[in-house]
Design a protein around this ligand. Structure first.
Ligand SMILES: [Zn+2]
Length: 90
């Protein structure tokens, strides 16, 4: 296999508002396919470009995927910490 661009998929967990790995080391085609499947189920997904192939066997325990998920979860548009603050009774 030549150097192809690899994709990782992160799915948004509606309950925790956090992203979790849903796939990695995927070709663009495979990634689009899986993302479409998840979106059909109503899951919000992000497809990321991987700078390099991830070493872990399974994406569920993949450190690269988890740190990517954390970075995305810190985006200001979806701030879970703010919700908690607003819910505190005055
Ligand atoms: Zn990974």
């Amino acid at each position: 296999m030549s150097e192809v661009s690899l994709k990782a998929i992160l799915a948004l967990d509606e309950k925790t508002r956090r992203r979790k790995p849903a796939g990695h080391n995927l070709s663009a085609e495979k990634a689009a396919e899986r993302a479409a499947q998840l979106r059909n189920k109503g899951v919000s997904v992000s497809v990321l470009d991987q700078p390099s192939r991830h070493k872990g066997h399974g994406y569920k325990n993949c450190k690269s995927c988890q740190s990517a998920a954390e970075n995305l979860s810190q985006e200001p548009s979806q701030d879970p910490a703010r919700e908690t603050t607003e819910n505190v009774p005055q």
